[in-house]
Design a protein around this ligand. Structure first.
Ligand code: M6R
Length: 589
């Protein structure tokens, strides 16, 4: 949550504002409650910020007109204090000579604020972040140089943070990282620090991923990193060249990232499968761990949890002992050294998942992670780090990464059990054909669902995780209230809500014989039924019969439910890339 960017240049110019605004647009998916920047120029520090979306704030506050030799910027997902102009970052000290942007949560901010107020510091916002510039100011007042003051301020914080700080007159951006992502970009005559790589991908592909407990500063020519304890770290060997293309973080002619990313699923899946097969050593290590596990604990949140449930269903079908757990409920499970934890997270930064994994590790369980971001917190916490290669996903709703998760997990299962070897090779072409053939129908279904207030999504076996994902997606982007149930369970209560015209969506890719009865029960109450069926038609009012095996059908279902949700959102006039109240990466409890 919250996106941060810092850019430092040799020359004082407007280019700094251009780069920062571009980065803020790329970071907006991390939070869109407010936006702000602070520049340092020969005139001092200038802050421009307001509640609202990037395009609006940039225009109203005339951010492109700012000049300077460095700039920091922030897009906010509110935690402490509601979205407002005064709670927008950057926050400054009493004299406006220090400015700070922050992603994370400072747990001891109340104590720090009281202490600082007793020393005469004046606060203007309700945020936890504002203690940081005042701490820096306080330490500088006591005679420390700015870097020492920054380090002392960071040491005083309890909680999670990716922080950037700037000081009047200095051509340096100070940074610190703990439990929230921060990466450095190495440019020519300029350097960058940001929450994630897409922010500066137009300027450079040379990146250093910072680790927890590291802090330092960037100048146009230098990157200095040390640990919280003060040991200097040589990061030159940690420079990686990313293969993501700058075009992958633009809309490329599509009206929304969500639609573009659904269309990118076939390539994302192919890259993912080829990438995993090209690192056979890691894949084999993961398979060996799963084969030896007494129990597999599958842990994830949101869409990734649904991918985890899909893997759980596959494991159950071969008699493995598997326990799926929503990450934020990890404390209900007593893990032990004979357990293997499979942690799934697109971002690799979701705090609930990282916390669950840390806890399971203390009980001696081995951890396999599956993420889309190289060097993410989760990957670093795990014994075996598997990576998808879906490319950056900017839309807040997970789409291509969900399909890539299903494909990676199917591959893992295939390596474990020897099943589906030939079918896995067909996933890319199935996805291409599905999108081409069924986008029109998905649009019609989305337009129909846009008229409704509620919906049920029902499935059995492998179809249930997809039903759950269908319901989540339409809630997230179209704000249609939807619930998913095992189809057989629907008669034990949910059916009470069904009256003529109530939409019920069937994911008919497993146990079709049983779903026929559940469909008949809903039709008998006048439901308007929609079905995506592998082979056996249910006779729904609206039905796609894929003519595929149950296994391959699960892959075809994913883009269809995503397209239905996308078109429902657009029909209702919502921006599916920025669903209200949501952030792409959730790094709070
Ligand atoms: O980065 P992660 O996969 O760990 O994210 C987990 C969830 O926050 C995420 O899937 C969320 O549910 C998305 N909004 C789904 O579209």
């Amino acid at each position: 949550m919250c996106g941060i960017i810092g850019v430092v240049c040799q020359e004082e110019s407007r280019r700094i504002a251009e780069i920062t605004v571009n980065a803020l647009k790329r970071l907006e998916y991390r939070g869109y409650d407010s936006v702000g920047v602070a520049s340092v120029s020969s005139r001092g520090i200038e802050v421009r910020k307001a509640k609202g979306k990037v395009d609006d704030v940039v225009r109203i506050k005339r951010i492109p007109e700012l000049t300077g030799f460095l700039m920091i910027g922030h897009t906010r997902w509110a935690t402490h204090g509601p979205p407002s102009d005064k709670n927008a970052h950057p926050h400054t000290d009493c004299k406006g000579e220090v400015a700070v942007v922050h992603n994370g949560t400072i747990k001891n901010y109340r104590e720090l604020r009281e202490e600082l107020e007793s020393l005469g510091h004046k606060f203007v916002s309700e945020t936890d972040t504002e203690v940081i510039p005042h701490l820096i100011e306080e330490f500088m007042k006591r005679g420390m140089d700015s870097f020492s003051a920054f380090k002392a301020a960071i040491r005083a914080l309890h909680g999670s943070y990716a922080v950037l700080a700037i000081v009047k007159g200095e051509r340096k951006i100070y940074f610190a990282k703990k439990d929230n992502p921060l990466v450095i970009g190495l440019g020519n005559g300029m350097n960058f620090v940001a929450s994630d790589i897409p922010a500066f991908l137009d300027e450079t592909d040379r990146v250093i991923v910072l680790k927890d407990g590291e802090l330092g500063y960037v100048t146009p020519e230098e990157v200095h990193v040390e640990t919280l304890e003060g040991n200097v770290v040589d990061v030159t060997k940690r420079t990686i060249v990313v293969t993501w293309k700058s075009e992958s973080v633009t809309k490329g002619g599509y009206p929304h990232f969500m639609l573009k990313e659904i269309h990118e699923s076939p390539v994302a899946v192919e890259d993912t499968i080829n990438g995993m097969l090209s690192d056979m050593e890691t894949l084999t290590e993961a398979v060996k761990a799963l084969a030896e596990a007494r129990r597999v604990i599958v842990v994830a949140s949101g869409t990734s949890y649904h991918a985890g449930l899909y893997f759980h269903e596959l494991l159950l079908s071969e008699g493995y002992n598997s326990l799926p757990i929503i990450a934020s409920e990890y404390y209900t499970v007593k893990a032990n050294p004979s357990d293997v934890v499979l942690a799934i997270s697109q971002s690799g930064e979701t705090l609930d998942v990282v916390q669950a994994v840390k806890s399971f590790k203390t009980k001696g369980a081995k951890v396999i992670s599956l993420t889309n971001v190289i060097g993410s917190a989760l990957a670093r916490e795990s014994d075996v780090a598997l990576y998808m290669r879906a490319g950056p996903e900017i839309g807040v709703a997970a789409t291509k990464t969900f399909v890539s998760q299903l494909a990676s997990l199917a591959l893992l299962f295939s390596e474990l059990t020897g099943s589906f070897k030939e079918e896995i090779k067909k996933i890319r072409s199935i996805l291409e054909r599905t999108i081409e053939t069924y986008e029109g129908i998905s649009k019609e279904w989305g337009e129909e669902l846009a008229k409704k207030s509620n919906a049920y999504y029902l499935g059995r076996g492998l179809g249930l995780p997809l039903a759950m994902e269908g319901a989540l997606k339409i809630k997230e982007v179209a704000y249609v209230h939807a619930e998913a149930y095992p189809a057989g369970e629907s008669k034990h209560g949910p059916i009470a809500l069904v009256s003529p015209g109530f939409p019920v969506f069937f994911i008919n890719v497993d146990k079709s014989d049983l779903l026929l009865n559940n469909h008949a029960e809903m039709k008998a109450r006048g439901a308007e039924t929609f079905a995506i069926s592998s082979n056996v038609a249910l006779g729904a009012d609206h039905e796609i019969v894929l003519g595929l095996s149950d296994f391959l059908s699960t892959f075809a279902v994913a883009p269809i439910i995503q397209l239905v949700s996308y078109y429902a959102a657009v029909t209702r006039g919502y921006d599916p890339d920025k669903p209200r109240n949501l952030a792409k990466t959730v790094t709070v409890e």
